[in-house]
Design a protein around this ligand. Sequence first.
Ligand SMILES: *Cc1c(COP(=O)(O)O)cnc(C)c1O
Length: 464
Amino acid sequence: MNHDDLHFWSRRAADWTRDYHAGLRDRPVRARTRPGDTAARLPATAPEAPEPIETIFADFETLVPDAMTHWQHPRFFAYFPANAAPASILAEQLTAAMAAQAMLWQTSPAATEIEQVMMRWLRDALGLAGHFTGTIHDSATTATLCAVLTMRERALGWRGLEAGLSGQARLRLYASRETHSSVDKAARLSGIGQDNLVKVATDPDDAQLSMDPQALDAAIRADKAAGLTPAGVILCVGGTSVGAIDRIRDCIAIARAHDLYTHVDAAWAGSAMICPEFRALWDGVDGADSIVFNPHKWLGAQFDCAVQFLANPAEQVRTLGLRPDYLQTLDQDEVTNFNEWTVPLGRRFRALKLWFLLRAYGLEGLRARIRNHVAWSRELADDIAALPGFEITTAPVLSLFTFRWHDDARTRDLLARINDDGRIYLTQTSHAGRFVIRLQVGQFDCTRDDVRCVLEVLKDLTRD
Ligand SMILES: *Cc1c(COP(=O)(O)O)cnc(C)c1O
């Protein structure tokens, strides 16, 4: 295959893309395939001789789409969304053509500078204070790891990087039980250790399950008294299970009083902050040292695209930056080399899809979608509450709520039947010791009718 063939097949791929998208509502949302099915249909070894692209493309069509769960399906209500707005797909195609490497300014000047401008656009769009700058990672998991590594080094006076962790003070991190498992992973990978991630109690009187700020303060004081070294606090805005929201202002005030670094995980909910009316949910966020949100979730940027805002990037760069001779850029001292802000050296040109996305829909177009999702989700929760045997177990936080039907066993069985039915796709979590069904509205092309379809499915499947 050469570049002329690429031109021909790219057109075929464009046709396929349009037809695929147009036909999504006719497909079951979740893949109907068993473990091993796809692998069993592939040859055991790579071909020695070239094969025609025609055959490869045909095999793609027969093997792949039916064995995929369709994240762009407008009735995907599981997990959190992973959107791919058409404008962002187009940008990704162009990025792929250039195969950009955005590790240093000089290896991709436009990528670095568009990334810097996109960080300012997004900072202002989310209503964050003007001192934040930022960078784009692959995932929120990476951003959180970067923040936790910075917490570690800051607490150790930057001694861990060279001396290692043995013989150092025992560090402590604090987060509520509602934070995402990426925080546990960061505690493990940073060498701080899972045992030193203190899961601070949530406030029993808070419907949004905030970490209890007084419990945070008490935990930090107890650790100090025991000779341990607190390093940082990780807060969540829109926890993955039921959308828990820490009281950011109160928790940051306590972290600050103890000189601790703070990282706010708003991977999903951050996109909603383009709407001013939702910003009360993270009131006080301007006091954070680090904030992550994933435009690849609700905003519409194709995966992967995780934005980290930093109040003072110098601390993270001091932790992660490394400049061997072959990466010196000699005469380019004023430029930003974004690899120094993250873990990998090679970096994708992710800013291009943000540039396309923000321009092609405008902030108003993106806000309208998110507002609709929130309104439709609330409307649906009210209607589900009125169905016999159903109970809303956690009220909508933005567009996420949970519900159950009678008891654990029947809820579990209903969920299995919903997903075998295929018209919609939902997932589960546990809340207050009970099995509950999770539902979020957030797919880019989802309509009110798609959301209303949930009610039809629930009625159909609980009729007898
Ligand atoms: C999705 C999610 C993550 C993990 O995001 P990745 O980008 O997949 O690493 C972390 N935290 C929260 C709150 C999330 O919703």
